[in-house]
Design a protein around this ligand. Sequence first.
Ligand code: TRP
Length: 446
Amino acid sequence: MTTRILTGITTTGTPHLGNYAGAIRPAIVASRDPQADSFYFLADYHALIKCDDPARIQRSRLEIAATWLACGLDADKATFYRQSDIPEIPELTWLLTCVSAKGLLNRAHAYKASVDKNVEAGEDPDAGVTMGLYSYPVLMAADILMFNAHKVPVGRDQIQHVEMARDIGQRFNHLFGNGKELFTLPEVVIEEDVATLPGLDGRKMSKSYDNTIPLFGSAKQLKDAVARIVTDSRAPGEPKDPDNSHLFTLYQAFSTHEQQAAFRAELLGGLAWGEAKQRLFELLDNELGEARERYHALITRPADLEDILQAGAAKARRIATPFLGELRESVGLRSFREQVQVATEGKKKAAKAARFVSFREDEGFRFRLLDAAGEQLLLSIAFADGKAAGQVTKRLQAEELDLHAELNAFSVRLDGEAVAYSPEFSTDAERDAAMQRLREALAPQE
Ligand code: TRP
């Protein structure tokens, strides 16, 4: 059994070292597990909620796509795509919006934080709050439920959103599943042991603190950033305390145990901070150098990146398109072509892959048997009344099937009489395969 792991990356900024150690590197490692079926995507619709600068949106999507590939994500194994290339996602968002309680979304942290800030400032509670921000968790639920993800690795600030996705998915299953689990309910994964890196000033590395180390700047930019790491004022020769130095913490995130032990001993032995920074720079440059080259090669070939992401979108849509079709059906958005009275055989029967639909015409009552995709498997003879047709559909589901090849089609008999016919096939092999499919479709299900 493979586990489907899905996570999104909001495309507003440029990835920094903290994103790399905390999210990108562990995600790529996880995607290499043979049991993992990873879906990683650029959450660019989410980015629009936070940012109205088109140039920045575009730049960030490009940079983040290039970063993940440069860091070693295998786009053939994982499914790597842009959210905005999957039109099924906003469509699903609407279906989910219609079952999401407003009260649930009132409780979302991001929305509540904005309201609290407004109230504190004496403003209207909803000042500056868009429907995008308010509905953010529903869009995220659609991202997750669209692909029936089992596990969703996220930062702590996103736990609530994954829980909301579960709530919304459960509600939809209950309303429209007819006893079937339409959506897999996702589980949140918080990686306890991944590094939360300190930034230059020792606080958590974050764009909002302006204390980041760029991931794929030039070697010079990397060196300059490392030089700005804040240290204490101990002079060269004085022992340094590694456990109270975020420079050491940064070093730890990228080194082996032996390297760490050696560096610790050097610091305790009075290594100058300038030297220590040089050691850290070399370590990072060594870890990132090759990926940096790949990154710059990718960034200068945006058309190639476009191709990779389009291929990812096509792969994702091979799942999303038919699944959305099923969901549309489930809520009652169906083709009129088969607009007939659906044989209601109770909730259990509806879970079957194939379904009977009966209809009335001049000669009497007939039924069709359709497979899960709506293809016709059988068309019945005309019966005098609906009841007779209904009895035949019941018997076909309960009794052993009596099939007879008839030229390029086949018939189904009850008590020796043909009661329904298959469509015509161009070859015997096709006809025989259809007989087999019919047997499977009508086999009693556990
Ligand atoms: N909201 C997430 C964040 O800001 C990004 C995201 C969007 C996401 N859709 C998702 C994460 C689906 C996991 C699953 O980090």
